[in-house]
Design a protein around this ligand. Structure first.
Ligand code: DAH
Length: 315
């Protein structure tokens, strides 16, 4: 007889005990009944446990580390990978950090103040129109350039200047413009902003940093050239170009505009609480998509945002 069977027959035999109650003298019946009920409760409890033990006896324990049974199809997983732009942004940041720049990330939603006022575009300034900005119904702005981070970065690192150091920071970020899309224009793309402020920053230092960056990124010597540009937040403002080398598909005679740059306008420093008579700075900002396209000989910027697996798998 199994343990469970023994318990059940014991429970059955309680029937006889209960029948005895009637035969007992009045005074003993209560005590006898209480004890009997207690015994019945105990038995029921034990039976429940024995039943549970019996039921689980038939369940085979699962070995979660065991290999899949050979007659089962093995599920197929495709390994994902980082998006090529993210890989390249890491390389860009790596190059600048080795030159001593901090890296902070740009925001994907911003406001009128950081997009324009803090960058010395007063209200009604015609250059505001040049940025084809989107706006949310609440009046927020998905940034049209990473320069929206300049004011925040200047404030964040101002202490370093006051402690005798300098501000050196790069800011990669995603930017948005209300433009018609074609092979060389996207409404959503990436930029990298750079800012340097010290007691005596010069344009020469800026050109040195930028030349060094492009030569390291493209792993070759490059010729550079600048031409005058216009941005409300720099004075003077420059457009920075590299000579398209043969290795990047050039004939060695074309110039490519890579970014905008210049000496930070005194008003931009002032608005961030930095005294422009004591400190000087330079800043630059340029597209990452194009930088990457040149490196890999890509001809259509739209692939980056397309989610085309065939394209992504090439990286
Ligand atoms: N934000 C500018 C653009 O998207 C590029 C730029 C120009 C950034 C000059 C700068 C700068 O920091 O100093 O067109």
């Amino acid at each position: 007889m199994s343990e469970l069977e023994k318990l059940k027959s014991e429970l059955n035999s309680l029937g006889k005990e209960y029948a005895k109650i009637k035969t007992l003298p009045e005074a003993e019946r209560k005590d006898f009944g209480i004890k009997l009920n207690q015994k019945k409760e105990d038995l029921l409890q034990k039976i429940k446990q024995a039943e549970a033990a019996e039921a689980s006896k038939d369940i085979e324990p699962i070995d979660i580390t065991a290999p899949a049974a050979s007659n089962q199809p093995i599920p197929h997983f495709e390994k994902g990978s980082k998006h090529p732009l993210m890989v390249e942004i890491d390389r860009v940041c790596d190059i600048y950090s080795r030159m001593g720049f901090n890296v902070i990330e740009a925001r994907t939603i911003d406001d009128e103040f950081n997009m324009f006022e803090a960058l010395n575009f007063p209200e009604g300034h015609p250059a505001r129109d040049g940025y084809d900005t989107f706006r949310t119904a609440e009046g927020f702005i998905p940034p049209a350039h990473t320069s929206t981070m300049q004011h925040r970065a200047l404030k964040k690192y101002k202490k370093d200047l006051e402690n005798g150091g300098q501000i050196a920071v790069v800011i990669p970020g995603r930017v948005y413009r209300n433009e018609d899309v074609d092979a060389t224009h996207e409404h959503t793309f990436y930029q990298c902003e750079g800012i340097f402020v010290s007691k005596d920053a010069t344009m020469g230092q800026m050109l040195g940093v930028l030349k060094n960056f492009f030569e390291t990124y493209y792993e070759q010597e490059l010729n550079i050239r600048t031409q005058p540009g216009y941005f409300p937040f720099t004075e003077p403002s420059l457009e920075f170009m590299i000579e398209k080398p043969k290795s990047l598909g050039g004939k060695g005679d074309g110039w490519l505009e890579m970014l905008g740059c210049g000496m930070i306008h005194p008003n931009v420093l002032k608005i961030a609480g930095i005294d422009p008579t004591k400190y000087k700075g330079f800043a630059w900002g340029g597209g990452i998509d194009r930088l990457v396209m040149l490196r890999y000989g890509l001809t259509d910027v739209r692939y980056f945002e397309s989610g085309k697996l065939d394209f992504l798998k090439e990286f």
